[in-house]
Design a protein around this ligand. Structure first.
Ligand code: GLU
Length: 535
């Protein structure tokens, strides 16, 4: 016997969803084309981000927040925050704080006071009563064991039934119900779901028709639970009630919520409410096409922040997962956008349907770009210096550290830095002696150039004069070539060896400028001594 557990919110891939059912292929393609074009609203929208604080924010949820935010800003509408925290058992310590912190850090500002579902029980109770009294919902007193048996037997049917409940409690009389209530029997409230779920239009995917698979010889019902036995509403009920009460006009959410949408629409119908417009955005996958999962901790935003990712870079990175800028910009390979630019450019017509691939190389590319932008602005440069100071002070002799020096390094050599956290490691040689021993780059250099030869070169090279600049370095290298026959490249490498232990990145003239002539000359001598000792 195969025992299968039916997830309460089963995921159904969009490919399994019948779109534009009953239409010829030509009509179907016209339909999806028509729906795809001009889906961008012309009036101000009200959107929301509705995370459950059951884990720390990850890339997928940040993208959802961002798209909802951008749509609201682009249309001069409002963007709201709602914490869907009714599943008390799954709440994670610190997750709520993490949502506020990350949104603030990313500059995704919400309008109005955030809504917390755990504080709105009385509101949901009121709406459940409406459904109970109209007969569109009923109390279910079935035990866990009975429900498990029903699930098992539903799966054993041929064909198996995805809906499992037999609606036994829907037939209880008022007296019976009151008696059970008086006895204090635990119960859930179930929605009397319609025979067929409404077909609905997703602005991105077109018409969608999702029906649970049932076996007509043993009819079961997809009567979803609205209130759990702990008396708290389920996600489905609270989500629908709040989207209605908050006046949400557009819901952008991940494709994993597509199977829930027909149920939500049936609930809107039961209440007699107009439902918002839905846009289900594609899943994020890694470059190898593996679905990203928050449980595996893939790209937690807090981790990325700790690694030194800048929020501007992250926003730019997220914006392009499933959205592309207008064609004229895309054709110019323009892909770096500030939040302000995104607010102006974002348009639902630019959404794409295919899974969005997450390639972290791109994230570092954006990070480098935005770091450079911060470096070139005096006020953000000052803040970067503030950020760097503590790490340097805990690592190096404070006499080697100054704000001017850090700023100079950033201005001259910052372009090789992918993230600010790399600063103290990447530029160690500005604050400490360069490493000659135990250094792979030096070993590699000396495996290609014999130490005595480089020693001869450095000896002939001598010392820098006070005020040496880039041009002077160049002419010294030329002299080495014409008078000593030393190839230019090797001379540069030898200087880099002495000044920075072969560390790449900074230009020689910039190094001299930052280290000062005295320290640079000292290093030329020490590099030479090291080579002579090696002989
Ligand atoms: N609480 C759901 C989530 O965690 C919200 C889904 C929706 O946007 O409706 O993603």
């Amino acid at each position: 016997m195969i025992l299968l557990k039916i997830p309460t919110r089963s995921y159904c891939s969009p490919s399994k969803i019948t779109k534009g059912m009953g239409l010829s292929p030509l009509k179907k393609s016209l339909l999806s084309k028509k729906i795809k074009e001009n889906i961008h609203p012309s009036l101000p929208v009200r959107t929301r981000f509705a995370p459950s604080p059951t884990g720390f924010l990850h890339l997928g949820s940040l993208r959802t927040a961002l798209y909802n935010y951008l749509l609201a800003r682009n249309t001069n509408g409002q963007f709201l925050l709602r914490l869907e925290d009714t599943d008390q058992k799954r709440l994670v310590d610190g997750a709520e704080e993490n949502i506020y912190d990350i949104l603030k850090w990313c500059n995704i500002n919400y309008d109005e006071t955030p809504v917390k579902q755990s504080e709105r029980k009385l509101i949901y109770d009121k709406y459940v009563k409406i459904l109970l009294s109209s007969g569109m919902a009923y109390r279910c007193f079935c035990s866990k064991e009975r429900l498990n048996d029903l699930r098992r037997s539903a799966m054993e049917l041929k064909p198996p039934s995805m809906a499992s409940y037999d609606r036994c409690c829907a037939h209880l009389g008022e007296e019976e119900v009151n008696l059970k209530l008086a006895q204090g029997k635990p119960f859930t409230v179930r929605f009397k779901s319609p025979e067929r779920y409404p077909i609905f239009t997703d602005l991105l995917h077109g018409e969608i028709n999702i029906q649970p698979q049932v076996n007509f010889n043993d009819k079961r019902y997809d009567d979803l639970i609205l209130v759990k036995s702990d008396k708290l509403p389920t996600y489905h009920l609270a989500n629908v009630v709040d989207d209605h009460l908050m006046g949400i006009t557009h819901v952008i959410r991940g494709e994993e919520w597509l199977p829930s949408t027909p149920k939500h629409i049936a609930l809107y119908d039961a209440f007699g409410w107009v439902c918002p417009k839905f846009i289900h955005i594609p899943l994020l996958t890694t470059v190898g096409d593996k679905k990203l999962s928050k449980r595996k901790g893939d790209m937690s935003i807090l981790d990325l922040k700790k690694q030194g990712v800048l929020p501007e870079a992250l926003i730019n990175f997220c914006a392009l997962f499933g959205w592309s800028p207008p064609r004229d910009l895309a054709s110019k390979k323009h892909e770096c956008f500030s939040m302000e630019e995104l607010e102006n450019l974002f348009n639902l017509d630019g959404l794409t349907k295919g899974n969005a691939k997450v390639d972290d190389k791109k994230l570092w590319f954006f990070n480098k770009h935005f770091l450079q932008k911060r470096i070139s602005n005096p006020s953000t440069l000052r803040k970067l210096v503030d950020e760097i100071m503590p790490a340097l002070e805990s690592r190096y002799n404070t006499s080697t550290i100054s704000r001017e020096k850090i700023a100079k390094i950033l201005l001259n050599c910052g372009s090789c830095l992918p993230k600010i956290n790399d600063f103290s490691g990447e530029f160690y040689y500005f604050f400490d002696k360069p490493k000659y021993d135990d250094n792979d780059a030096v070993a590699k250099f000396l495996s290609k150039n014999e130490s005595p030869h480089i020693a001869r070169l450095l000896k002939k090279f001598g010392q820098f004069q006070e005020g040496t600049n880039a041009q002077d370095v160049e002419s010294m290298v030329e002299t080495m070539y014409y008078e000593g026959g030393f190839p230019r490249k090797v001379t540069y490498q030898a200087i880099r060896f002495a000044l920075a232990g072969c560390h790449p990145g900074a230009k020689i003239a910039a190094m001299i400028d930052i280290l000062g002539i005295k320290e640079s000359n000292k290093r030329l001598s020490e590099g030479l001594e090291f080579l002579q000792r090696k002989k």
